[in-house]
Design a protein around this ligand. Structure first.
Ligand SMILES: [Zn+2]
Length: 90
């Protein structure tokens, strides 16, 4: 029997990938935007490939805003990008 791999769409490039290939960004119940490295926190989530290109595409196209249903302050975007680049760099 083959296990079904849960697929999610990157809000940057729009490609479908397995959850573990993507980073999860969530909006918490307190309306905070966080990078959820465990993938287990509660909240509305958006998925993104762990690279700067997809991140910038998503920001430009307002992909996070659409997925998370709120406006995201510029400094939050900048923090997320920094955090993401750290993860992407290993
Ligand atoms: Zn992508």
């Amino acid at each position: 029997m083959s296990k079904k791999i849960p697929m999610r769409q990157c809000v940057g490039c729009g490609e479908m990938k397995s959850k573990k290939e993507l980073l999860r960004i969530i909006r918490t119940t307190e309306d905070e935007i966080l990078l959820d490295r465990t993938g287990k926190k509660n909240g509305r989530g958006a998925y993104i490939c762990p690279n700067g290109e997809c991140f910038r595409k998503a920001v430009k196209a307002k992909g996070f805003e659409r997925s998370l249903k709120m406006a995201i302050p510029k400094e939050v975007v900048e923090n997320l990008e920094k955090e993401m680049e750290k993860i992407a760099a290993g």
